[in-house]
Ligand binder design. Structure first.
Ligand SMILES: Nc1ncnc2c1ncn2[C@@H]1O[C@H](COP(=O)(O)OP(=O)(O)O)[C@@H](O)[C@H]1O
Ligand SMILES: [Mg+2]
Length: 244
């Protein structure tokens, strides 16, 4: 379970709160899509959960631990079970699909092994299984820079699988992809979500995608939560309220 209480995020020199007094409880198994126009606070919200962005006040309770009280060292451990899928993939272009996938295991290994690229047979096996799961096994030795956008995002997802996630975060993971590829990426994320019983929280600019895949939709406007409900409750009136 993830619970925020009175969560506030304010950037230095800003007069407004990017996230303003957020009280929200999200349960394991929920596939939550986050809506809001540009600048609403979606990315700030996602990044404050895994503490890529520090909060100003309030608390973030993840499975009984208040993340706002944790040292960076302890947070590093927890962050390894929180995966993030990015809009621009955040892959290493000159490395192969397989090498990029294996970096997902880095959080739990000594850094000298990461630097030297030493992987056990078991880790390699997990890498191949993850690539099979996202349908990219035959591209394992290809450089990432040679792939299409949709294939790159599949590598991002395979890398996430190596982290053994409990929480799947996505910051506009399909914003750079065409509609049919976007849909296939959502299908893949949803399948993984269901198979592994995750909590997933995904920012998306496409309301139709959110309505098709989400079990719950939340929306921000000017840093405030203005909607929290079922996909079918996002009607024309609510759409106007979110995006006007
Ligand atoms: N690094 C930053 N420094 C200062 N202000 C920021 C920073 N990042 C975002 N903001 C501001 O915080 C608000 C929320 O931004 P963001 O979370 O990026 O919204 P969204 O992802 O919904 O487009 C906006 O007003 C934005 O200008
Ligand atoms: Mg954003």
């Amino acid at each position: 379970m993830l619970m925020t209480e009175g969560l506030v995020v304010r950037y230095p020199k800003s007069k407004e709160n990017a996230i303003d007094q957020l009280n929200l409880t999200l349960e394991k198994g929920e596939f939550v899509c986050v809506l809001g126009k540009s600048g609403a606070g979606k990315s700030t919200f996602i990044r404050s959960i895994n503490r890529l962005q520090l909060s100003t006040s309030g608390l973030i309770n993840w499975e009984g631990t208040d993340l706002t009280k944790l040292s960076e060292g302890k947070m590093r451990h927890i962050r390894s079970e929180m995966v993030m899928i990015f809009q621009h993939f955040n892959l290493i272009p000159r490395m192969t699909v397989f090498q990029n996938t294996l970096t997902g295991a880095f959080g739990r290994r000594p850094s000298y092994k990461n630097l030297l690229g030493i992987f056990s047979e078991e880790e390699k096996q997990r890498g191949y299984l993850a690539l099979e799961e996202v349908g990219l096994a035959k591209y394992a030795d290809k450089r990432v820079e040679a792939l299409s956008g949709g294939q790159k995002q599949r590598v991002g997802i395979a890398r996430a699988l190596l982290q053994d996630p409990k929480l799947l975060l996505g910051d506009e993971p399909v914003a750079s992809l065409d509609p049919s590829t976007s849909r296939r990426i959502f299908q893949l994320m949803k399948r993984i979500h269901e198979e592994r019983g995750l909590l997933s929280i995904i920012n998306v600019h496409d309301v139709e995608l959110a309505k098709e895949f989400a079990t719950r939709i939340i929306a921000f406007r000017d840093g405030r939560l203005i909607f929290d409900g079922k996909p079918e409750e996002v009607d024309e009136r609510m759409f106007a309220k979110i995006y006007q």
